[in-house]
Write a protein that binds this ligand. Structure first.
Ligand code: HEC
Length: 220
């Protein structure tokens, strides 16, 4: 073979091409290579808005969203991450740096009221916390003008009506007098925005969704 460099080059190219097509081009044409349980749900419009704020504020610079299959992590954070859980994450927010704890299973860990207080001033919940305050997120009305477009671009398949209903329902939920975290929300939200959706509302919705698919899976 070494005496026939041209033949060698051609054959090597063919072998590499076959490998490339099998390993790259074929999977690219497949819808999914991982089975996704029907319990793994795409984000609602409000949660997706919260996720965008999470990205904008760079929360992922301090928080990971991946639990490795190591005993210490599973004991601290809960079940290790499964590939299908990220089926609707575009982009992934696995992160690489843990200044704060992992957040992949934070949904349901605390009540909403805890999150409002913690966002407003992390030291009110953990005296030694070095997480910055995000109090001003409650003073900003949530911009929902692109909510439908965003869910559409990432391919969640909601209709305009479903997106509008989700936004309206969430507004009703947080402004209703029955809302269990109402007091905490009122305390951090300026009076003019009390009957509007704020960026903090969306962020809390997003945090409360994290890891819930797996938690619900265990319940059923
Ligand atoms: C400078 C690093 C830093 C940034 C940026 C940061 N955090 Fe934190 N976060 C921490 C630290 C440290 C803790 C642990 C102490 C505490 O709870 O305040 C924490 C705790 C938390 C917790 C409680 C987790 C648990 O399981 O107890 C949540 C929820 C949280 N952060 C959300 C956020 C969100 C949302 C953002 C972006 C808006 C953010 N963090 C930005 C450092 C950070």
């Amino acid at each position: 073979m070494y005496s026939r460099p041209i033949v060698f080059a051609i054959m090597a190219t063919v072998v590499i091409l076959v490998g490339t097509i099998a390993m790259m081009v074929v999977p690219l044409t497949l819808q999914s290579t991982q089975p996704v349980s029907p319990l793994v749900k795409p984000y609602t419009a409000v949660e997706l808005e919260g996720r965008d704020i999470y990205i904008r504020e760079g929360c992922n610079n301090c928080h990971t969203q991946t639990i490795r299959p190591l005993r210490t992590e599973v004991v601290r954070y809960g079940q290790y991450s499964k590939p299908e859980e990220f089926a609707y994450d575009r982009p992934f927010l696995w992160g690489s740096r843990r200044i704060g704890p992992d957040l992949q299973r934070v949904g349901g860990k605390y009540p909403d009221s805890w999150h409002y207080r913690h966002m407003d001033n992390p030291r009110s919940m953990f005296p030694k916390s070095n997480m910055p305050d995000y109090a001003w997120l409650a003073a900003r009305q949530l911009d929902t003008s692109y909510s439908y477009k965003k869910t559409h671009v990432v391919g969640y398949g909601y209709t305009v009506n479903e997106v509008n209903k989700n936004l309206a329902d969430y507004l009703v939920r947080v402004t209703s007098s029955a809302y269990i975290a109402g007091d905490a929300r009122d305390k951090v939200t300026p009076p003019v925005l009390k009957d509007k959706l704020t960026e903090m509302d969306a962020l809390v919705a997003y945090l409360q969704k994290l890891g819930m698919d797996v938690k619900n899976l265990n319940k059923s």
